[in-house]
Design a protein around this ligand. Structure first.
Ligand code: PRX
Length: 635
């Protein structure tokens, strides 16, 4: 039996039981056998949920890039680490070998050093999906700098908030990016953001679109000339197991984004372990995750997890609809992809198009299909299974979060069964529980409750950057002695989990987590707006879309309201990014409030979802009369 690579059902149960009975012994064995360490740990785990405090492999010393790059050089230096597939299918794909990746990362690491970046400094990476993105991430890790990748679809304001929250010293960006038939001026967005970021001393700029852009003397540097001068040897910084590896921002239901902090050893062990098992990656396979490295899925399952296993991982710069809706399948055929990992929103969008876009391509290489980011509905699951997987490929519906660092609940292909819409069973080392309305654990099966995890796992986020109190309150205060996920779930008769969705004010739109509070803040900035409340409603492709209820300071004409809608959405795009725009905007003369003045979102949500039969008791509201007005004016 191997703890590291599960190959059949009985083995899953054996390994799972072992991992729960003695988690320390289990993870000790995995970490011992599959990674290179500069110094062995003294203790596998110490933890205290009440502080909360988690330490894995304490005392160990390592560098994650030695595990992701150096150790593969002898055996697979010439094999491909990263395939870069450009936005434009006519541009040639790049095959970057492990040796070349090593050279690039070492050079970039030396460039960072030459710009004054040291261990512990924060570096913001705001790049499109080009090789420089993966290389920059790994170069930071090489020298012990903490990377903070910000998805390059975020606005200047959102970027500045993230840069300032963790006092980044440097920003790495490009002269622009390609997305479908659009070219985006990324450097312009960085310039805007940096007007309010005093901590940034230098900006490295990669050339991608070759546009003429202003460079600020002394602050901005073209990346390539510096790389050309740099040595391809940079000794790795030797890190403690619990040294921070990166910060990644995720939306909360209130307040500013949370900078989740992941540390080195536990994150490495867990992402590598789960990559191997969930995708059943075998030597020679070509693996493709369509996510952006700006999200946790890209961190864990484009960069760290695959490279720690010596895999070949694809980075795709473009979008599924360019030049046409066959682009994903054309790439699968072209690179003979074996494992394909995407989001339900992409599946739903592609399922709406002509099936010839799929059938025109040879998808025979596929062995495993993955889904992540939101619940996958039954229709999308079957479409994926039948048309893409040809009923031959297990679908791994992987449930996890930015905070969990790696996949927590998922089928293991070839070992555990798949069930449409179910993430199914916990991976080894993961102990999910469901909590009932009265705060007690639900021990039986066939129940529904709040999903919590009652034992630490190696890649749990250790804190929120600069705000440990918020970390404790958000994840550890609701139920004592466990981690609260913010999701609801059901458990079937044999222990399979089905995630039902968020139970807080986070809305998942096209797989992106959006907190309602920051969007409301943006809307309320408009001089005509008195107040706003934003809720989600079901959407065919996006999963959920945003519905805004807005009261105005002065009642206006309907023509004016159309302009207002546009202006409000522009404000949202400026403050957060286009992904947070409202699909529906209803102007109303009041928002339903409790007697203590809190907006009753429950009622607004029901109206947005057209569930009018079951609005609940509205008589205790401060202003029950506004509900009628809201129902009459619903969109
Ligand atoms: O609500 C769950 C949903 O996405 C949330 C986490 O979002 P984020 O931190 O952006 O990470 C997304 C990628 C890991 C979860 O709280 N979610 C994620 N995967 C699934 C899911 N909901 C249902 N099924 C999934 N497979």
């Amino acid at each position: 039996m191997s703890n590291y690579h599960i190959k059949h059902l009985e083995e899953y149960y054996q390994v799972y039981r072992k991992s729960v009975r003695n988690p320390e012994a289990f993870w000790d064995e995995v970490a011992e056998e599959h990674f290179v360490w500069r110094k062995h740990w003294e203790k596998v785990l110490s933890y205290d949920f009440s502080k909360p405090d988690f330490k894995w492999f304490e005392g160990a010393k390592l560098n994650i890039t030695e595990n992701c790059i150096d150790r593969h050089l002898l055996t697979k230096g010439n094999e491909t680490a990263i395939i870069f597939e450009p936005n434009n299918p006519d541009e040639v794909a790049l095959h970057i070998s492990y040796q070349e990746l090593s050279n690039r990362v070492n050079k970039m690491a030396n460039v960072l050093k030459s710009q004054g970046i040291r261990k512990g400094d924060r570096v913001c990476i705001y790049l499109p999906m080009i090789p420089e993105l993966a290389v920059s991430v790994l170069a930071c890790a090489r020298i012990g700098a903490i990377h903070s990748v910000v998805f390059a679809g975020f606005s200047a304001t959102a970027l500045a908030t993230r840069i300032n929250d963790s006092d980044c010293k440097m920003v790495i960006t490009s002269d622009g990016s390609y997305r479908g038939n659009k070219t985006i001026d990324l450097k312009g967005i960085v310039d805007d953001a940096l007007r309010s970021c005093a901590s940034v001393l230098s900006v490295l700029v990669a050339k991608r679109v070759h546009s003429k852009i202003p460079m600020i003397d002394g602050r901005d540097h073209w990346m390539q000339p510096l790389l050309d001068q740099a040595s391809a040897k940079c000794d790795p910084e030797i890190m403690d197991a619990e040294d921070p590896l990166f910060i990644l921002y995720t939306s909360g239901s209130t307040g500013k984004p949370k900078g989740m902090v992941h540390t080195t050893a536990g994150y490495m062990v867990y992402t590598a372990y789960t990559f191997k098992n969930v995708f059943q990656y075998k030597t020679g396979d070509i693996y493709w995750c369509t996510a952006d490295i700006g999200w946790i899925t890209g961190h864990s399952y484009i960069v760290y997890g695959p490279l720690a296993n010596g895999a070949t991982t694809v980075m795709f710069e473009g979008v599924p609809s360019y030049p046409d809706f066959g682009r994903f399948w054309q790439i699968v055929e072209k690179h003979k992809i074996n494992q394909f990992y995407t989001a339900p929103t992409a599946i739903r969008a592609l399922a709406k198009e002509n099936i010839d876009f799929v059938n025109n391509y040879d998808l025979n290489s596929l062995k495993v299909l993955g889904s992540v980011g939101e619940p996958i509905n039954e229709e999308a699951w079957h479409w994926y299974n039948e048309n893409v997987g040809k009923r031959q490929c297990p679908i791994v519906d992987t449930w996890w979060q930015t905070e969990t660092g790696g996949i927590m609940i998922s089928p293991i292909p070839g070992s555990t069964p798949t069930i449409p819409t179910y993430a199914t069973l916990p991976l080894p080392g993961i102990q999910p529980v469901l909590m009932g309305a009265n705060g007690d654990e639900l021990y039986e099966n066939q129940v529904e409750g709040s999903l919590c995890i009652k034992f630490p796992w190696p890649s749990i986020a250790r804190t929120i950057w600069g705000n440990h109190d918020r970390y404790r309150e958000t994840y550890f205060a609701a139920y004592s002695g466990m981690y609260f996920t913010g999701d609801g779930a059901t458990r079937d008769a044999v222990g399979n989990y089905r995630i039902t969705g968020r139970i807080d004010d986070v809305i998942i739109v096209s797989g992106h987590n959006l907190g309602t509070a920051p969007i409301e803040d943006a809307v309320n900035e408009h001089p005509a707006v008195a107040e706003s409340a934003i809720v989600g409603f079901p959407h065919d492709i996006k999963g959920n879309a945003l519905y805004g209820y807005i009261t105005l300071k002065e009642k206006g004409e309907s023509l004016l309201q159309d302009n207002l809608r546009k202006e409000i959405n522009q404000l949202i795009a400026d403050r957060i990014g286009p992904i947070a725009k409202l699909d529906k905007v209803q102007f109303t003369n009041g928002l339903p409030k409790t007697r203590s003045g809190k907006i009753m979102r429950r009622i607004l949500r029901k109206v947005a979802c057209n569930e009018l039969d079951n609005l609940g008791d509205t008589s205790t509201l401060l202003n029950p009369e506004c509900v009628k007005h809201i129902i009459e004016g619903r969109l």
